[in-house]
Design a protein. Sequence first.
Length: 190
Amino acid sequence: MRNLRELCVFCGSSLGSNPAHAANAVALAHLLVADDIGLVYGGGETGLMGLIADTVLELGGRVTGIIPVSLGKEVAHRGLTELIETDTMHQRKALMYERSDGFIAMPGGLGTLEEVAEVATWRQIGMHDKPVGFLDTDGYYSSLLAWLDRAVDDGLLKEKNRALVVSSNDPATLLDLLRNDATEYEPKWQ
Ligand code: AMP
């Protein structure tokens, strides 16, 4: 079983219109604090990002925000346990990955997709071995997950690499899947 001390959460900088997304963000925050897992995230104060950070802080948990200076001036959350400003987006992402024991993509937009696609790809090529999961609130990621299955069917994604990404609509189940993720890196190119 994996020890999750710090978990990186990618999620919308907007709140969105479906109240299920906000509800699941709050539910995940409660679980993190109950299990003494620190939140690592993009450092913003808006949307689902701000909501999960605020909730963890209100409950007495730890939050590390990592934000590039270019974004930070306008949107950084100033009440975090730790706020790290980086020069570039790429440094920010590298630090988010370094500081975390696993990754969850909650519902979000292009930024969320970009970040989760990168950590999944990096795992596929053996750059790290940290678990990656989608919080599939209200079936939000069903079309993306179906696309991954299609990629396997069409021979463009190996079944064992598809298995590097887990998902659940329930935050507690998803955390258990990450903790129990026993998949091991095998080179993609074989
Ligand atoms: P999006 O899904 O397009 O709303 O983008 C959210 C993701 O991109 C988050 O996980 C952040 O790491 C990053 N991001 C986008 N906008 C912001 C912002 N205003 N402040 C901080 N991070 C952001």
